[in-house]
Ligand binder design. Structure first.
Ligand code: ADP
Ligand code: MG
Length: 340
């Protein structure tokens, strides 16, 4: 019997470095965490913590999960998937917008990012309870069900239709970013001006630290234990999201299979990246683009990122090269084995 060995599911890929907080008004920062969206969601408010603000932000994250998770049978995305080949399903403005944006990134990336990758994601089940390596014939068949161009959006009716039975939408590479943006928006509505929203490593900073200085966010060194950083980036009211093969994977007969799939081969993407980070204002975009950058690899990925305004990238390669786009915020290399 083949034995699957589940060696890792590391959820928090980036952990915020909490430096002793001396606040002007003497307000102590407060943090709350919940398991949502399949990960640890942590919000830290530095300037104006209140139970109402926390509750409203987490309620919003839960609402987005309830609408978009493929792990919940009654989510809108699950209903769209169940109705593939039969009927169009009306969805909330949230789901419609996220699918619309996901399709746009699919188009821009030439399909390297593709929210219809679901049939393959389900077959591999990497990070799930029963990961396996599908056979070649199965993969060839599943690839015929992947194709972002086929998704039918009806703007007027706000419906989504997957025309072929077996097609599956999977917003796993983008929904957390959207939830982070929405949580931040809700916090601001509650008067919060200084906070960090960290949804399993999908980080969004709100404003600056209360003393006016920049946030310092660590990027995980994929070769170290969680919390061991390769770099520290200074951020100001922006998002940093990292994708990498070290987050969710399993090994079988000595081979490691990770969770970002190549939409042309049906197998996990093979390249020499070990970490791909995006820094941009919207966490939504940062989430989708970090997966895209990883899927495209360093050369094509960095060329792609260059075409986008206000989007910066940081890549680490297996041979410890550090590749950055032109206008990244200040970076401190804490593991000196990485070099430009
Ligand atoms: P994580 O959610 O673990 O932080 P990502 O944001 O990179 O990581 O998203 C990976 C998830 O996206 C996978 O678990 C899967 O659900 C989905 N996915 C895998 N390959 C692709 C792809 N090529 N395009 C879009 N989504 C993908
Ligand atoms: Mg992503």
């Amino acid at each position: 019997m083949k034995q699957f060995r589940h060696i890792g599911l590391s959820i928090a890929i980036i952990v915020v470095l909490l430096f002793p907080s001396c606040t002007k008004k003497g307000v102590e920062p407060q943090a709350q965490s919940f398991l949502m969206l399949g990960t640890v969601c942590r919000i830290t408010i530095y300037d104006k913590p209140s139970d109402r603000a926390f509750k409203a932000a987490f309620d919003r994250i839960r609402e987005i999960e309830n609408r978009m998770s493929i792990h919940l049978d009654e989510s809108e995305v699950s209903r769209v998937n169940r109705s593939a080949g039969t009927e169009a399903i009306p969805v909330s403005a949230d789901t419609f917008l996220v699918v619309q944006k996901a399709l746009e990134i699919a188009r821009l990336s030439g399909g390297a990012f593709d929210p219809t990758v679901g049939p393959l994601v389900q077959a591999w089940d990497i990070g799930g309870d029963a990961p396996r390596r599908p056979g070649d014939e199965e993969i060839a068949h599943l690839l015929t069900l992947v194709g972002w161009q086929r998704v039918v959006l009806d703007e007027e009716r706000q419906t989504i239709f997957l025309p072929d039975e077996g097609m599956v939408l999977d917003l796993g590479a983008i929904a957390k970013g959207y939830a982070a943006d929405e949580a931040a928006r809700v916090l601001k509505e509650h008067g919060v001006g200084s906070a960090i929203v960290n949804l399993g490593g999908n980080v969004l900073t709100v404003g600056r630290k209360v003393d006016g200085s920049l946030w310092k966010i660590g990027i995980q060194d994929p070769e170290q234990e969680r919390g061991g950083y390769a770099l520290i980036v200074e951020l100001d009211d922006t998002s940093l999201v990292t994708s990498g093969p070290y987050e969710r994977f399993f090994t079988l007969e000595g081979e490691t299979y990770h969770h970002i799939l190549d939409t042309t081969t049906g197998y996990p993407v093979v390249n020499d990246l070990i970490s791909a980070s995006i820094i941009t204002e919207s966490s939504f975009l940062a989430d989708a683009l970090s997966t895209t950058l990883y899927a495209l690899g360093d050369e094509r990925g960095m060329a792609f990122i260059k075409t986008l305004e206000g989007v910066e990238a940081i890549v680490l390669t297996a041979d410890h090269r550090l590749i950055t786009s032109a206008n990244t915020p200040p970076i401190t290399v804490t593991d000196e084995t990485y070099h430009r």
